[in-house]
Each structure stands twice: as structure tokens, then as C-alpha cells.
Design a protein. Structure first.
Length: 203
């Protein structure tokens, strides 16, 4: 779910389309104007649902809009570190008046994985599976390997921001991170130059 105010953020719709092509359903929500609330209610009705995500992004506000009798505490983003303050401090199951149950969880400030789980990330990162099949090595981590189908599609089919997020999650070394980001920044600049050149030729 996205706050509807983000519609005015540059490129946000393009970022959303990237996820929609892989089957992710996106809802634009305004609690104040009650936009998108009925659509979410219809999706959650008679199901057991978990709400999770970063602190301060509006989860409790949306829950209150769906079930006003809960009157959950809401809070703003901390001015100190730019992350949300925890308003939900423990996980709990709540019943919806329209049918179904909600598992409300504390907000996420940081994401950590066990070392043994990091090797699973390349196989489940959104948008990577299709191109991972093109990699020369079955156990390709999409970092330093040659003939990597994922890297070949970064700045094209795969947005650089998604690849950046991937590198942070799998905790690549600082030297690898710097090398790859510089490599793809150069590639992105070249693509933008070629697209601009093609546009001028059409004019």
C-alpha cells in the first residue's frame, strides 16, 4: 500500500509498475479522504492478514480507518533519525468487524537476515528470477560473476534502485558495492544519453 500523497513523487508510478508486472497488487490510500479504504476492506474480508512494514508509514492509521473502534495509537516519523517511532510494541491478533482477523506487528526499522539465509535472497528478489535463468553459473550471486543475466538487465528491465537494495540486503563488501554502483551509474548515464540522442533524432 502507498500513501496517496506519494503520487506526486517523481517516478513513483514507474516504480509501482515494476512490481505490478510481477503480480503485486498496489493500493493508493488516503485515510483523511478515505480513498482506497473500501478496496482494502474487500481484500481483507474473511481472511487472516498481517500488517507489516516500516515504522511511521501509516499502518496504524489505516487500521483505525478500517476498524475505528480499535483506536490504535499513531505517531509521526522521528525528526532525529527520519524513521518512524514504534506505536505498536508487540504482535497481536485483532478481529475485523467486517469479518476476518488482523495480525498487527511492530514497525520495522531495520532488516536483518541470518547468514545462512542470505544465499536464498537472489532466488526470491522481485524481478530477478526471469533473468537469473540467463546467468552462466547456477549459483550466481549477481555480484562479481561474468555473464550474469541479472546484471546485464540492470538499468534496463531492472531499475538500479532495486539492484542497490539487493546489494544492501545481501551485505556485499564495501569494495564490491562501490565498484558495482560506479559501474551501473556509468551505464545509466550512457543509456540516458542514447535515449536523449534518439529523441533529438526523432524531432
Amino acid at each position: 500500500m502507498f500513501r496517496i500523497g506519494l503520487l506526486f513523487k517523481p517516478d513513483i508510478k514507474e516504480e509501482c509498475r515494476y512490481y505490478e508486472q510481477f503480480g503485486y497488487q498496489i493500493f493508493w490510500v488516503s485515510v483523511e479522504k478515505r480513498i482506497g479504504i473500501e478496496a482494502i476492506e474487500g481484500l481483507l474480508k474473511d481472511k487472516v492478514t498481517i500488517f507489516t512494514g516500516h515504522s511511521g508509514t501509516g499502518k496504524s492509521s489505516i487500521i483505525n480507518a478500517l476498524e475505528p473502534t480499535l483506536n490504535l495509537k499513531v505517531s509521526d516519523v522521528s525528526e532525529f533519525h527520519g524513521k518512524g517511532r514504534h506505536t505498536t510494541t508487540n504482535s497481536r491478533m485483532l478481529e475485523w468487524g467486517f469479518g476476518g482477523y488482523l495480525i498487527d506487528t511492530p514497525g520495522i526499522k531495520t532488516l536483518g537476515l541470518n547468514r545462512e539465509d542470505l544465499e536464498k535472497v537472489p532466488y526470491c528478489f522481485p524481478g530477478f528470477a526471469e533473468y537469473a535463468e540467463m546467468c552462466a553459473f547456477r549459483d550466481c550471486k549477481h555480484v562479481r560473476e561474468e555473464n550474469c543475466g541479472v546484471k546485464e538487465n540492470v538499468c534496463g528491465k531492472i531499475p538500479l534502485e532495486r539492484y542497490d537494495s539487493y546489494l544492501r540486503i545481501i551485505e556485499v563488501s564495501q569494495s564490491d558495492y562501490t565498484y558495482l554502483l560506479e559501474l551501473f551509474h556509468t551505464k545509466s548515464t550512457k543509456i540516458e544519453h542514447e535515449e536523449h540522442k534518439e529523441f533529438l533524432l526523432k524531432e
